[in-house]
Every structure is written in structure tokens, then in C-alpha cells.
Design a protein around this ligand. Structure first.
Ligand code: SAM
Length: 438
């Protein structure tokens, strides 16, 4: 397929997505199934165009003054790919499988339209209903933060220190041109190109467990928990085990890490990942109906991590379709789940132990507001300052990312060049005796 044919195909996929509210990956899969002649490189090129269009959906439509799939794609070629009107016109020749030639109006818009008068949610490519929430989180920077969330993310890898050093991993992956991540001492970064990312599963360094894909902010969230060798740690929302694996590395396989998730299916990938990583101190606890499978951990944990279910706003660079599918009802639901999880987690934290609340959201309601509500309801818990948290993890530089809205540390593509994450550590200062009273 030609680059022009890729654009026509991407427009078809965008048309499908406009009709049916579903994940882009599903629509792309269906397109591939009904166009068997397209090879894997073609499908990757089409996916990349579709994701770029979704990243820049609002600004592309504003530029074009229309919301059709074609207008969205044309606008995104300019906004996401930086192509000028002549380059876009050359691709839209109308020949064979290329899109139809540009109309005079399309030409003009691609040449001269600007975002100067566009509202913040258009300049920042986020849903209009989140306008107030973005303004609350970022003030005058709302559009800039949104725009940073609408860029492509690099491929970040976490080096598994159970298997080797960052230098060794860099040497093993030198053909991919990795660089050390600026903030995480155990990360490598491969800058994003326009095509397919590196075929990681084929890399020996991956197969042998020396590296795992994990965004730098997610690495930092794990490191900020400062799990120490010998500790008892509960990862209450372990999912596929991304954070659990990072914590196991910090613990040098000493002590015990319990990985639990309310949805047992989500835990499935963890077993294979543990094996590959050589992590031997993780016990996976599957939910079993109504049974309390964590009862033996009550009051025993040095660290409880809540990697909470959230809107995922901070991960929009990697899942640009998610931002347009996010509905207000989903936010309300996540807020309830988060508050319930904080209450659920308390019983496991031993006196003097830490509770780490983490989300990959940037919305204040899911972060600072949740923490504040928890602290007022539970005066035995006190939040560590950003400085204490950063210094405790041996990463004092991270204190500069202290949330401007209260407790915790906030990372974002615009400020730390990472995914968006929020981390707040709280200490249980309840005396042992009172704990025994229940
Ligand atoms: C952000 S994801 C976890 C990602 C994972 N920690 C990682 O690093 O790969 C949130 C997880 O919380 C789980 N979850 C939601 N409500 C829960 C609850 N009440 N108790 C335990 N887990 C819950 C979800 O099933 C989901 O897997």
C-alpha cells in the first residue's frame, strides 16, 4: 500500500469509530480482517495515522471547520504530522487508492487556519465537558497540558535490577538507540518515531527479563513508595503487575509482596511476567468469591499500594481514543471506587507503615481531593510532604513536582515529560496498642 492509501484506510477506520463508540484497536482489527492484502507494516502505518488523528481530534476539526472523518484526518496531517498544504495535496491525488483531491476550501484552511481563537479544550484536544476540571487542575496551563497529553509518547523501559544494570541493558539494546530516562534511575527511553515501535518481544533483553515496558512516571510512582528489602508489602490493585514487578526489584527479592486485584482475570499476565523477571518474593492472591483472602494481612503491612482505578487522563498519549470515550458517569464511578479503596486499604497498614495512593489521572477530584477526604476521616494518617517522599526514595529532585493543589507529587507530559501520574504517601501514626483494640 502507498502512504496515500494508508490515509484513505485511516479515514475509513475513523468513519467506523464515528459510528460506533468502541476502542480504536477493535476498529483497526476489523479493518485488517476485511482487508487481508494489507501487511503488518501497512496496518501499523494505518494505526499510527488513526491514533494521531485521535490525539488531535478537536484541533484538527477546528482547523478544517468540519467534523467528518476526512476533515479530521486532513487536519491531523497538519496538526500531528506537521505536513504543509502542498505535502497534503500531493497525498490526496485522487488516483487509485489515494483520497480525493483537496477542495479549494480545504486547501485554504490547511494553509491559513489557526488555533489562535480556539477555546482551551480545542487547543488542548480534550473533551469539552472536562473544561472546568482541566482549568482547576492546570489554570492557564490547561491548553498546554492538554496539548502535551496529545503528543506521542516515547517507549520507556524499566530495567529489572534483579537481572542486571541499566548500563548492561543499554548495551544489549544499543541497536534501538536507547537513552537513560532523565528522572528514573532504572529507565531507558526509545524516542517515538512515526511507524511501529521496537518489536520488544523479540529482544533477548526482554525475553530474559532484563527490561519491561513501563512509562517513566509509572517507574517513579513505584520508586517513590520506597519499598525496602525485608518489608511486607500489599499491592492491592495489582492488575497485570507492572508496579508489583518494580517493587519486587526494589526489595531485591527479600521480604514479601502480596499481589491482589478484585478482578482475578486482570492478574493473569502476572505469573508469566514474574517468571521472566526472576521475582521470587511475590505471592499472588486471587479473589475467591466473598472469601476474605487478605484477612491474614490485617495490621501487618509496612506498605500498602493503591494503584487506583481511574479515568486514565494521564495516559492519553498512549490511549488517545480513551479520552473521547470517557464519559462523566465513568468519572463518578471511579471516584466512588477510589474512596472505597482508601477505606479498604487502611486495615492492612501496620502502625508506622505507609499507604501509597497512586493514579494515572491528573484530575484533582481523583487525586488531591480524595487524599484530603481520606485524611480528614482518618486522623491517624498523615501525608508525607513531597520533599519527604522524594528524599525517602533517594530521588530528591522529584520534590519539584509537588502538587500545586495540596498533598502529593504530580507528574505530567508538560512538566516532567512522562505520562501523567499522581502519588501521595501517607503514614499510619496510630499507636500499636490502639490498633490492637481494633
Ligand atoms: C490502574 S489498574 C492497576 C495497574 C497495575 N497496578 C499495574 O501497574 O499494572 C487498577 C486495578 O484496580 C483493580 N480494582 C478496582 N477496584 C478494586 C478493588 N476494590 N479492590 C482491588 N482491586 C480493584 C482493577 O481491576 C484494576 O486492575
Amino acid at each position: 500500500m502507498t502512504p496515500a492509501a494508508h490515509i484513505s484506510a485511516a479515514i475509513e477506520v475513523l468513519a467506523d469509530l464515528a459510528q460506533r463508540r468502541r476502542p480504536a484497536a477493535e476498529a483497526l482489527k476489523d479493518w485488517g480482517a476485511s482487508h487481508r492484502f494489507a501487511g503488518s507494516k501497512d496496518r501499523a502505518a494505518i494505526a499510527s495515522l488513526v491514533f494521531d488523528a485521535l490525539r488531535k481530534l478537536s484541533s484538527a476539526r477546528w482547523i478544517m471547520g468540519a467534523e467528518t472523518p476526512r476533515a479530521t484526518m486532513l487536519g491531523a496531517l497538519r496538526e500531528a504530522r506537521g505536513l504543509d498544504v502542498d505535502a497534503i495535496a500531493a497525498l490526496c491525488s485522487g488516483e487509485r487508492h489515494a483520497p480525493a483531491p483537496l477542495t479549494e476550501e480545504e486547501r485554504q484552511r490547511l494553509d491559513t487556519a489557526t488555533l489562535a481563537d480556539a477555546p482551551a479544550h480545542v487547543r488542548g484536544d480534550y473533551p469539552e465537558w472536562l473544561t472546568e476540571r482541566f482549568a482547576a487542575a492546570f489554570g492557564v496551563q490547561a491548553a498546554a497540558e492538554g496539548a502535551a497529553l496529545a503528543t506521542r509518547a516515547p517507549v520507556d523501559l524499566r530495567v529489572n535490577i534483579l537481572k542486571g544494570s541499566r548500563e548492561q541493558a543499554m548495551a544489549k539494546l544499543s541497536h534501538l538507540n536507547p537513552s537513560p530516562t532523565p528522572l528514573s534511575p532504572i529507565g531507558l527511553r526509545i524516542e517515538a518515531g512515526q511507524g511501529r515501535g521496537p518489536a520488544l518481544p523479540a529482544e533477548t533483553a526482554y525475553v530474559k527479563g532484563l527490561v519491561e515496558p513501563q512509562d517513566e512516571a509509572s517507574q517513579l510512582a513505584s520508586l517513590l513508595c520506597a519499598a525496602a528489602p525485608g518489608e511486607q508489602v500489599l499491592d492491592l490493585c495489582a492488575g497485570g503487575g507492572g508496579k508489583a514487578l518494580a517493587l519486587a526489584g526494589q526489595m531485591h527479592n527479600r521480604g514479601q509482596l502480596y499481589a491482589y486485584d478484585a478482578d482475578g482475570r486482570r492478574l493473569m499476565p502476572i505469573h508469566e511476567r514474574l517468571e521472566r523477571a526472576g521475582a521470587r518474593n511475590i505471592q499472588v492472591r486471587q479473589p475467591k468469591g466473598k472469601a476474605d483472602v487478605l484477612s491474614d494481612l490485617a495490621g501487618r503491612c509496612d506498605l500498602v499500594l493503591i494503584d487506583a482505578p481511574c479515568t486514565g487522563v494521564g495516559a492519553w498519549r498512549r490511549h488517545p481514543d480513551a479520552k473521547w470515550r470517557l464519559a462523566p458517569g465513568a468519572l463518578e464511578l471511579r471516584l466512588k471506587e477510589q474512596a472505597a479503596l482508601l477505606e479498604q486499604a487502611l486495615r492492612f497498614v501496620k502502625p508506622g507503615g505507609r499507604l501509597a495512593y497512586v493514579t494515572c489521572s491528573l484530575l484533582i477530584d481523583e487525586n488531591e481531593v480524595q487524599v484530603e477526604a481520606f485524611l480528614s476521616a482518618n486522623p491517624d494518617f498523615a501525608a508525607l510532604s513531597a520533599q519527604e517522599t522524594a528524599e525517602g526514595a533517594g530521588l530528591p529532585d522529584l520534590a519539584r513536582f509537588a502538587s500545586p493543589h495540596g498533598r502529593g507529587i504530580r507528574l505530567s507530559p508538560a512538566t516532567s515529560r512522562t505520562d501523567g501520574f499522581y502519588v501521595c504517601l501517607m503514614r499510619n501514626s496510630r499507636p500499636f496498642s490502639r490498633f490492637a483494640e481494633g
